[in-house]
Design a protein around this ligand. Sequence first.
Ligand code: NDP
Length: 614
Amino acid sequence: MPSRKFADGEVVMGRWPGSVLYYEVQVTSYDDVAHLYTVKYKDGTELALKESDIRSQSSFKHRKSQSSSSSPSRRSSSRSRSRSRSPGRPAKGRRRSASQSREHKDDKKKTIQETSLALVVLVLLKPSENNTKRYNGEPESTEKNDTSCIILEQKLKPDLEIKRVLEQYSLRSRKDDKKTEEIFSEKKTFVAVKPIEKVPSKTKELEFGGRIGTFMLIFLLPATVFYLLLMCKQDDPSLLNFPPLPALESLWEWRVFGVFILWFFLQAMLYLLPIGKVVEGLPLSNGRKLQYRINGFYAFILTAAAIGVLLYFQFELHYLYDHFLQFAVSAAAFSLALSIYLYVRSLKAPEEELAPGGNSGYFIYDFFTGHELNPRIGSFDLKYFCELRPGLIGWVVINLAMLLAEMKIHNLSMPSLSMILVNSFQLLYVVDALWNEEAILTTMDITHDGFGFMLAFGDLVWVPFVYSLQAFYLVGHPTTITWPVAAAITVLNCVGYYVFRSANSQKNNFRRNPADPKLANLKFIPTATGKGLLVTGWWGFVRHPNYLGDIIMALAWSLPCGFNHILPYFYVIYFICLLVHREARDEHHCKQKYGLAWERYCQRVPYRIFPYIY
Ligand code: NDP
């Protein structure tokens, strides 16, 4: 066994990888193959260090007499001595008042400031999964970690690096410190993270049942859509009353396909209109930010106007109802063709543009989950466009067609109360999504999932044709509800909407501008990536309050269909499964991203979606 200088449990000074900063750490283990010590920093971060990056505490103590600073790095040069201890200090506008800051005890401030510095330096150096895994205590190739440190050490000259850290995070001199005593605590002290270039690694953990699961889903998803639509057409849509299969040739009509294509390209044209603001998305792994035009709501208004004109000229919108299955087949064929195109073009995409979740190297898996993260033709972002436009606006148009079909088939002068509720609730949901279009830029679909069959089919087929199931059901299965019942369902939908909207806005605003004065009352846990995790407000209630609101709304959309059949409840049942699975995926990603901080968050907020249940 090779000799080791430091014993397990010994408290020593560990160099922060790639920097000249030393912090008090505790040796937790030693890998005698890689010759690396695993050390734990005061904030709980664990890293593997070479012996040359560790010093005994005594080697620092004699220098202490030369300086009053507690940070070894500060003692190493006069320049650093003049700097603030807190790199996590916000820019001017974000600073808190002196009276607020006096509330905080000095010792707490010191500890947190040191932690912040460690976290900032970490982020600057390598915000990669390798490091994150280390925090989790998950073994990763130590060689990889080590190499990155060596490369960075070579790249960054120590004092240049300190300068960079200090400049980037607006570090202030001690003089300034005295003038405005900053606080950190769990309040707003934030650092903007600038990820440095990294090449995404291969997707190692396969989701959705891996290759077999995704292969089966490619068939199962379309089969489910057709089963549901065929069932809905039956007089008795009981689960075990399987519908007869239609003749294959009856499923395809070129005219219907033409209308679908026309619809898709109309929405594409509206997306290209130079109206609406242009915003930046979250930073990509290479630090670049893509630009997105926010004009979904305008597209919706223009589409509504166009539909109004068509109706005025007696266009039979229930053509959609009459050819519903054929439209679904056309949309499915189109989404399959689009997925093939997306996969083929992704083969030429640079490594850094591949999706973190869809880069497994297995054709089926990558085809399903999406290989390329943000496929674009020029500035036309295919995924972003499909997420909200053709399918989501299409869903509302389908609902309207169902409403008109109900009136025509049952010879009604007014749509049924159930139909009005379903149409209104879902219209609110779609308008909300388009009004808050910018919020989609921080969702998993945009930031993590690639654009492949899953999202193409989901956006273009599943959303418009399955989410409109209640309206489709009501055409063939009229349901009468009383006004008090309608009022109760409306209240339920409003409660769900309130939870959903306020939770999403809270998180979105916090992600976009953590220093927003409107969020000043919220507390958060800082994380090694520089982002915080909210622990009060909605995100302190459960870990996915937005899912809770969404599920409450889903129930409100099904209730107007009565209790004769389970079919209209398919949406809420499926949606609970989807969001429980999605929550688990997100939880897994967050654990990888935030390590210990995420565990602390889970301790403070123990329930995932349903308080006291799950
Ligand atoms: P969320 O909007 O819930 O985002 C999850 C992300 O939020 C995490 O990855 C993390 O990202 C961040 N986060 C988690 N916890 C915290 C916290 N405590 N403080 C701050 N940030 C936190 O994810 P989705 O994209 O799944 O959902 C968006 C909305 O879309 C939801 O309302 C959902 O219900 C809805 N939805 C609707 C569907 C439908 O078919 N109708 C389908 C799927 C979703 P990071 O830290 O990186 O910012």
